[in-house]
Design a protein around this ligand. Structure first.
Ligand code: AMP
Length: 542
């Protein structure tokens, strides 16, 4: 029979088959909230009734500015379940970017956590078409007077029945909308269908991907506003796994406490989160009682990070995704082909972003679009296609594909086993005297130095070579490491002409709204570094 793949069926299944399994949330109020999939389903149905009663139609967009928590989960399912679109917004963006996104998406209802009240106050005057502002709290926490009329979520849904018949519609209808982080130009919207999210939930749960089951307790540290917390609210419901939502407290101390208390077995987040956790566990000597797997994605997982996590009893799973791919594309899962390799060689393979999961196809192409061999050496533009890859941005007339493939903006190699490794973002690659230098590889080497905690390598304008690499690094607090010492560390690790021309030590590196290195800001600040050095050396003060 043909049964459309609809997100409502995932939660319905969890309520029927894992009805007593817990969803635990650390709330913005600071306390821990517990209920079950059956409760979540009942309240998602209550929300569906409330939305329908206030005239929300299929296709309408409902914005959310919220951390990972049970009410956000109800919005995911309640909104999408009636055929409307849950538009998750990254609260770490600037207010005018948030207003741009709300207006571009045409949100007429916006639901937000109480911790974003001040942000909403700034954004609301710029978004006149939003008719309903709903604060995710009960009436006692809702301010009596505010710039725009507000109501509490509990009042909004309260009084509506907890029974609802989920409508059946075309699985290709939109369910969720998410905007790219917009580090270059305006953010672009990516619309996910019920079909694409359901298929990704199935594929990501498979053994060679995240290997999820009802025995897991899954803690998505990656926010629900960062590409649907990488699909975990869907794959957790699909498998009936316990769900542990960390809310706004993403510091290592709070995460460790939650992981330990809820006996978390599986988690996911960007490298900065895991660097902090590994450092905390190293300093305090604390260990979780339960073995844990942590997906490291959004940026490269260095072998050092994988080792630090392993020393803490956590298995790193390196994965690569992007907003345009819902986001999951590859997972570096252990495979027979390298299980018996010596530790160093295995670490080199584990540093790769991994093989395409079922449902995704990848290739690398050269300058003229010709497919490059899978030899682990030939680097080219990474192209993707598959069931959960976009074909155009939200509201765009133009298709984003080239010959049926999405250009990812990454430069990568694929080896004989199909294992992909990103060597750079095409816009970050350093072109020195016409040759390519991988900024990621140079950063990886800096991070191998025991006194370096963060590193970014950027292309700087150079009078002779067009561009040369500059390393910008953060030392450990007590370190006295000098630039020449760090540069000497590159000796024998890369070709001589790859070694950065200089090092600038800083106290911290700028991160984007999704926790990645903000190289654009670094380029703006340092792109003239070598030009200025040449200039200075010519002045009498030299
Ligand atoms: P976003 O759409 O903001 O999630 O960014 C997607 C981009 O993040 C990708 O195109 C990659 O450049 C980068 N990225 C994601 N995962 C990884 C990874 N595991 N290693 C290196 N880069 C990654």
């Amino acid at each position: 029979m043909l049964q459309p793949l609809l997100l409502s069926s995932l939660l319905q299944r969890a309520a029927r088959h894992a009805g007593d399994v817990e969803i635990v949330s650390r709330r913005v109020e600071g306390d821990i909230h517990r209920y079950t999939y059956a409760d979540c389903h009942a309240r998602a149905m209550q929300l569906a009734n409330a939305l329908t009663a206030c005239g929300i139609q299929p296709g309408d967009r409902i914005g959310t500015l919220a951390w990972n928590g049970y009410r956000h989960m109800e919005l995911y399912y309640g909104v999408a379940g009636i055929g409307a679109v849950c538009h998750t917004i990254n609260p770490r963006l600037f207010p005018d970017q948030i207003a741009y996104i709300i207006n571009h998406a045409g949100d007429r209802t916006l639901c937000f956590d109480s911790s974003f009240l001040a942000l909403v106050e700034q954004v609301a005057p710029m978004c006149p078409q939003v008719q309903n502002w709903i604060m995710l709290c009960d009436d006692t926490a809702c301010p009596a007077t505010f710039k725009v009329p507000l109501q509490s979520y509990e009042t909004f849904i309260g009084g509506h029945p907890q029974q609802f018949t989920w409508p059946i519609f075309d699985e290709r209808e939109a369910a969720v909308l998410c905007y790219t982080s917009g580090t270059t130009g305006d953010p672009k919207g990516v619309l996910y269908s019920h079909r694409s999210l359901s298929l990704m939930a199935y594929a990501s749960a498979m053994p060679d991907a995240f290997n999820l089951s009802a025995n897991d307790a899954i803690a998505p540290v990656v926010p629900m506003f960062h590409v649907n917390a990488w699909g975990l609210p869907f794959s957790a419901a699909l498998t009936g796994a316990k769900l542990v939502m960390p809310g706004p407290k993403l510091d290592a101390d709070s995460l460790f406490e939650l992981f330990e208390q809820e006996r978390v077995t599986f988690t996911a987040g960007v490298p900065t989160i895991w660097l902090g956790l590994a450092d905390y566990m190293r300093r305090t000597g604390k260990r979780t009682e339960v073995p844990m797997r942590a997906v490291v994605g959004g940026a490269a997982c260095s072998p050092q990070l994988a080792t630090s996590l392993r020393n803490c009893g956590i298995t790193a799973i390196h994965a690569r995704g992007m907003t345009e791919m819902s986001p999951l594309g590859t997972v570096c899962s252990p495979s027979r082909t390298y299980a018996d390799l010596p530790a160093d060689d295995r670490a080199r393979v584990e540093a790769k972003q991994g093989r395409a999961i079922a449902g995704i196809d990848l290739k690398v192409v050269g300058a003229n679009g010709e497919e490059l061999p899978w030899d682990g050496q030939s680097a080219g533009d990474l192209m993707a296609r598959g069931h959960w890859v976009i074909d155009r941005y939200f509201g765009a007339d133009k298709c984003a594909l080239q010959d049926g493939w999405l250009p990812t903006g990454d430069v990568a190699t694929i080896d004989v086993n199909g294992c992909m490794q990103i060597t750079d973002r095409s816009k970050d690659i350093i072109k020195s005297g016409g040759e390519w230098i991988s900024s990621i590889e140079l950063e990886g080497i800096a991070l191998m130095h025991p006194e370096i905690t963060m590193a970014a390598c950027i292309a700087c304008e150079h009078p002779k070579w067009d561009e040369r690499p500059l390393l910008i690094a953060v030392r450990r607090p007590d370190s006295t490491l000098t630039a020449p010492e760090l540069l000497a560390f590159y000796g024998g690790r890369v070709a001589k002409w790859w070694i950065p021309d200089d090092v600038v030590f800083v106290s911290e590196l700028p991160l984007t709204a999704t926790g990645k290195l903000q190289k654009l800001a670094l380029r703006q600040r340092f792109s003239q570094h070598f030009v200025e050095l040449v200039h200075l050396s010519r002045t009498p003060a030299g």
